[in-house]
Design a protein around this ligand. Structure first.
Ligand code: PLP
Length: 430
């Protein structure tokens, strides 16, 4: 299929900090083509202004009450990004001892760290206790027992919250839906009162909160409000049992615009939840949030270069130097990411599947996109700031990409491109 209109440059979907000027795609004031040439491709590029703008939305939400925002750092855990959020005042939601080490290295305030995850090991619990984190979000009874044992051995008290599974449908992709009964996450909310009673009997635990995280890329308010209602019902039950909590953690999951989604503003969501809490007599309850994607997703692009244009009977392929090992979301979740040419050319657009060089049919980044391109041109995959680099691998012995942060008219290398030595340097030959 050919679309033979000289079109004006498209409008990037997700970010006002990415725009065309004289047919060149810029991030803030920096030419992305220059970055691609300077640092090489594939290349992750993030806008500092976009990170700050995303944080600002949560800042506005925080001002409505006692609200703590913990960045769900598995979305993007580059030290420079963590350092920026830490500087802005964010806490962190983390899911491993490695993430704890990263957060502390980046200067995180441990009193704003919450530790989630279904499989915490003793050494990870110990590291969290040593750092004096805000809270462990506990996902099972055996985990309660383990935290109690580790804390008792260390002679300290572990602040804990139960991650309950409220059984609400987040109306998102099944792989990123976590709040349904059949998911591995959390404790069935109907059993939670009993588990709280049990937790109260264990030594070394300080029961401070309740927590849930129902899924990701949620673009409607209703699943969050359904979950909040269920958590508040639970608070009532606990009050009857004389268990008073200090905070309610509503998790992460707010969606972003990949195409034409109209995501919820965190301020609107927080206003509604705080009102529900107030109505039921919990005006002193602290609200904790764990946003990941919505703080970083639209700050980032993945740049690549077109190696070949290949035409077959069924399809046109733009074969680029980025691949599923760099950005897994398309093939893992069948996710849509916009694709932009770094240099907009008027001319006859062809419809392409944008694919990488990896030996898998699943190695694609975008399907059926109208582009005016030829070999040697550069492309940007949009909305790549969340679950991009953090899910990257070295499959096919491909070094992981470099990462760059743009700030106004400046740019900083925030992670070097890996070398082959980084990939096989730890192998040992017989
Ligand atoms: C992944 C995750 C988050 C962040 O989710 P987003 O959809 O990126 O906002 C928050 N909390 C927990 C427990 C998570 O696993």
């Amino acid at each position: 299929m050919t679309i033979s209109t000289p079109r004006s440059a498209p409008t990037p979907a997700g970010s006002p900090f990415i725009h065309y000027q004289d047919n060149q795609l810029l991030m803030e004031q920096v030419s992305l083509k220059e970055l691609a040439q300077l640092y090489g491709t594939p290349l992750y590029v993030y806008s500092r202004a976009a990170l700050q703008a995303a944080w600002q939305r949560y800042q506005e939400a925080s001002e409505l009450g006692d609200v703590v925002v913990c960045f769900g750092m598995k979305a993007n855990s580059n030290l420079a990004i963590l350092q920026e959020f830490s500087r802005l005042g964010a806490g962190f939601d983390l899911v491993s001892g490695g993430e704890l080490a990263r957060a502390l290295k980046a200067g995180a305030d441990a009193s704003k760290i919450v530790f989630s995850g279904v499989g915490k090991q003793a050494w990870e619990i110990e590291a969290g206790l040593q750092a004096k984190i805000k809270c462990f979000n506990v996902e099972s009874i055996p985990e309660l027992d383990l935290i109690s044992a580790v804390a008792t051995r260390m002679g300290v008290s572990a602040p804990i919250s139960l991650r309950v599974n409220p059984d609400v449908d987040a109306k998102t992709h099944p792989y990123i839906s976590t709040g349904l009964k059949e998911n591995k996450f959390g404790i069935d909310i109907l059993l939670a009162p009993e588990v709280y009673s049990y937790a109260k009997t264990l030594p070394g635990l300080d029961v401070v909160g309740v927590d849930c995280h129902i899924g990701s890329q949620i673009t409607e308010m209703s699943p969050f409000l359904d979950a909040a209602d269920k958590l508040i019902d639970l608070l009532d039950r606990l009050r009857e049992q004389d268990i008073q909590l200090h905070h309610v953690d509503i998790g992460g999951g707010l969606g972003i615009r990949y195409t034409n989604e109209e995501p919820v503003h965190p301020k609107d969501l927080v206003a509604k939840i705080l009102e529900k809490l107030r109505q039921r007599g919990y005006q002193d309850m602290q609200l904790v949030m764990e946003p990941g994607r919505s703080l970083v997703g639209n700050s980032g692009l993945l740049l690549s270069q077109v190696q070949f244009v290949k035409t077959t009977e069924a399809r046109n392929f733009a074969i680029v130097d980025a691949a599923m090992n760099d950005l897994l979301r398309p093939t893992l979740y069948d996710a849509y990411h916009g694709v932009l040419a770094l240099e907009h050319k008027a001319g006859e657009a062809q419809t392409y599947d944008v694919v990488g060089p990896i030996c898998e049919s699943g190695d694609w980044l975008a399907k059926q996109r109208d582009l005016v391109i030829e070999a040697g041109d550069f492309l940007a995959v949009e909305s790549a700031g969340a679950y991009g680099f953090t899910m990257a691998s070295q499959y096919n012995t491909r070094p992981r990409a470099a990462e760059v942060l743009v700030d106004g008219d400046k740019h900083y290398l925030i992670r070097e491109r890996e070398t082959f030595e980084h990939i096989y340097g730890l192998d040992r030959m017989l």
